[in-house]
Every structure is written in C-alpha cells, then in structure tokens.
Design a protein around this ligand. Structure first.
Ligand SMILES: [Zn+2]
Length: 188
C-alpha cells in the first residue's frame, strides 16, 4: 500500500470523469467528481473504473480502492454552444488582453461601446486589461489606434476545451495524465 496516499484526506481524492469515449467530460472546469459521487456511481453501475488511487476506504461490509478515473457507460453529447459567461470569454481569449496580451487586471471591453448601442455578446465583447480598457475608452476601435489580437467569435465547446488545456488545475493526479493529454496533436 502506498502509505502517503492512504493518509490523503478523502476530499483530496476526486475522480476524473471521462465520457464513454474516454475523453474528459470537460476540461475547464475539469470534470471531477467527489469520492462520494464516484463511489455511488460505481455502485449504480453508471461508470466503469479506469484507474484507482491507492487510498482504500473501508466499511464493515466492503473495502475498495477509491477510483481516480472513471468513465461513463453511456455517452453524453457535449453541449455544442457554450454559455456566454465572463469566464468563458476569458477562456476563449486565453486569459490575455486582446490589445496588449497582458494577463493582469483583466476586464471586458465592448468593441462597439455600450453607449453607442453595442451589445454584450460573443461578437462584441473581448478580454481587455484595465489599462487598455481605459485607453480605448468610449471610442470605436478604428479611431482608437489599437489592434485586436483576433476577431471575437462564438467558440464551440471544442474551442474552449482546447483553450482549457493550457490552464490545467493546480492538482493533477498521475493517473489522469493519459486521459487529459492523449488527444493533443503530435508535433514533428
Ligand atoms: Zn491590455
């Protein structure tokens, strides 16, 4: 038994949840279930266990290793158009100001300012640091002398998945790696 893992608190043993095709259900936020939910879904026969922690849980009637990776038995179709949220806008823009590339003090800029009828949607809102936001002010982009890194677009779930891989959570169990990164394109 791995002594270190046996001393881990149960709360630090979430399971990575894969879809039935063995790709993570989502990358950002990473699809993780608490140990209680993952054990329950094993008993309900909704998931297969792909990998385990060395951490064992015991009750009078059974012992089991906690699952570290589980896969759904039935495929869940990913949501095709992600919600328009602050977080997803940052994720689409890779947490960088679309004018100067900075990752600090991020806010949102309306390309067509709200004061001029600009809407709050995927096509008019970009990530901007507060300095660039102030600099652009209420001007139209073409009069601001500033250049966008990319035209804002409505991302697909796949786009956000790809982007999310660049921002992994702080803790990744070793058994998750094969499933998190196997579909990254190989470079020559
Ligand atoms: Zn900036």
């Amino acid at each position: 038994m791995n002594f270190t893992e046996q001393n881990l608190s149960l709360e630090k043993c979430p399971a990575l949840v894969l879809n039935a095709d063995y790709r993570p259900l989502s990358y950002y936020p990473l699809s993780l279930w608490s140990w209680q939910d993952s054990v329950k879904s094993v008993f309900l026969d909704r998931v297969s266990i792909v990998s385990n922690y060395d951490r064992v849980i015991r009750s009078p009637s059974f012992n089991m290793k906690l699952p570290s990776v589980i896969a759904l038995k039935s495929f869940v179709t990913p949501q095709s158009s992600p919600s328009f949220t602050r977080f997803n806008v940052f994720l689409r823009d890779k947490f960088s100001c679309q004018y100067c590339g900075s990752g600090h003090e991020l806010t949102f800029d309306h390309l067509l300012p709200r004061s001029k009828g600009g809407q709050t949607n995927w096509h008019n809102v970009v990530t901007a640091c507060s300095a660039c936001n102030v600099k652009k002010g209420g001007r139209l982009l073409k009069y601001s002398g500033m250049v966008l890194a990319q035209e804002p677009f409505q991302p697909s779930s796949e786009d956000l998945h790809k982007s999310g891989k660049n921002f992994p959570p702080n803790f990744l169990h070793k058994s998750w790696m094969d499933y998190l990164y196997w579909d990254i394109e190989l470079e020559n």
